[in-house]
Design a protein around this ligand. Structure first.
Ligand code: GAP
Length: 446
């Protein structure tokens, strides 16, 4: 049974604290499209930075890329998306709603008299399933004719495949090597939902690793291990992460083998990242459709071949939701409920709150100076309104790991208290050491 209460609380916290807002809310919202507010944009940036550091900066065998969202329409024929990126859908002739054919709310068999519409309840009104392509189409150029149809990319991967020779040659890499990219993708999902879990516009963090045929199974295993370790390094509860292997019937058209990393959400175990052994499917299709040779010449072995590809594909929004769900907790402290987002410090949007205990005796001035000093190093937040306990609680809810308070002693002995979000324990340290102290804490937790 899904824990809807937790999701409801999280959606409400995300709005209240400025993590995520519904898109175009003042117009009634746009279905399954979300906007990231001030805290959400920092959270997502921290996720993407950690991914980029692990995949590109920390390795000498992966290069970065930022390919355009719009691509030549033939790309999507070659990739198999025009023909095969479809969901079977049924329509209700009575209320005009549209559902996935496998929607668990449908009773009976669509197309048959026994089938019942899950919205209006009419029997026999559901059509036979029809295939519906999930790609968004748009028109390029001033004339809306079919010759100018382009698609909003449904994955970032294809931008990598069509640039693989450009990157290989310009970076002087040799196989095995990878190309990493972070970018928006679009899918006209029919049953989107669960907040930012499945949306129509989302961000992917994808890496395609090009290997010699025959070494793909070995690289696939390595990438499985590295990617799981990356998710664990975000501080996620390891008991809530698991592997799901795709059985033959589940495999996407391009995949020789596929494993998902799943997280146990309140609505069940769900995929957050896919690791795929794509064989030579992509490069051979692009070679065929473009008419350009995409082979690699291995000088050492004096051998020419079409590389195989091992792909790691994660959603930045799904990772953000995973972190929010994993971090959310409620505790009772002195008879009151304390809501905490226990983010890992490297992921927390704000690293420290800076507070004058009261708005007098020079405390705001000292706190403001400290705040300006600290914000040169990391995102910090200044708050002087309300009781100090309330200010701590607001920072707990935002996932801020530390609270620095200027109090009556600061003026005389140049010390402040630093409060730890999780233990709520306070330490007194010299004002001059606060920056270094917080950096050390964050380094230790990294
Ligand atoms: N290039 C392979 C590929 O796109 P996928 O399993 O369709 O594979 C990879 O997607 C990842 O992208 C998923 O694990 C998920 O994190 C994210 N993703 C896919 N569809 C999404 C959607 N509608 N909303 C949010 N994230 C999505």
């Amino acid at each position: 049974m899904a824990d809807t209460t937790l999701m409801d609380k999280l959606v409400s916290l995300c709005k209240r604290r400025g993590f995520v807002f519904q898109s175009s809310e003042i117009y009634g919202g746009l279905g399954s499209v979300w906007d990231y507010g001030p805290l959400g944009v920092e959270l997502k940036k921290n996720i993407k930075d950690r991914w980029w550091n692990a995949m590109v900066h920390a390795r000498d065998d992966i290069e970065g890329l930022d390919a355009a969202i719009l691509m030549h329409p033939r790309v999507w024929e070659a990739s198999g998306h025009v023909a095969g990126f479809t969901d079977p859908l049924v329509d209700c002739k009575q209320c005009k709603n549209r559902f996935r054919a496998d929607d668990p709310r449908i009773k009976g068999t669509p197309g048959q008299p026994d089938a019942q519409c899950p919205v209006c309840g009419t029997r026999g009104s559901l059509t036979e399933p029809r295939l519906f392509n999930l790609m968004f189409k748009t028109f390029m150029g001033p004339v809306e004719d079919s010759a100018a149809i382009v698609y909003l990319r449904p994955e970032t991967a294809q931008g990598i495949y069509v640039n693989y020779l450009n990157v290989l040659q310009s970076s002087r890499q040799r196989i095995p090597f990878g190309i990493a990219q972070i970018g928006k993708a679009f899918r006209n999902e029919i049953t989107p939902g669960n907040f930012i879990f499945r949306t129509r516009e989302f961000e992917q963090m994808e890496m395609q690793f090009f290997v010699q045929p025959g070494t793909d199974a070995e690289w696939f295993e390595r990438w499985r291990e590295w990617r799981m370790a990356w998710h664990q390094s975000l501080g996620l509860n390891p008991a809530k992460l698991q592997w799901h292997q795709h059985a033959g019937s589940e495999l996407a058209h391009y995949a020789k083998a596929a494993f998902d990393i799943q997280y146990e959400f309140p609505f069940g175990w769900q995929e957050i990242e896919g690791i795929h052994n794509r064989g030579d499917f992509d490069l051979s299709r692009h070679q065929e459709y473009s008419g350009k040779k995409l082979e690699y010449f291995d000088q050492a072995a004096n051998q020419r071949y079409l590389p195989y590809i091992v792909e790691t594909s994660a959603g930045a929004d799904r990772v953000a939701l995973t972190l929010l769900v994993d971090a959310y907790r409620e505790e009772t402290v002195e008879g009151e409920t304390r809501v905490v987002l226990g983010f890992h410090p490297s992921i927390a949007p704000i690293k420290a709150g800076v507070f004058p205990l009261v708005k007098k005796d020079g405390m705001p001035e000292l706190a403001t100076t400290l705040y300006h000093d600290l914000r040169k190093q990391f995102p910090v937040f200044y708050d002087d309104s309300g009781a100090i306990g309330r200010r701590y609680r607001r920072m707990d809810e935002a996932g801020t790991p530390f609270g620095v308070t200027v109090d009556g002693e600061t003026g005389s002995n140049q010390t402040v208290t630093v409060r730890d979000r999780d233990s709520m324990a306070q330490e007194r340290i010299a004002v001059s050491r606060v920056g270094e102290y917080l950096s050390d804490k964050m380094r230790l937790a990294a």
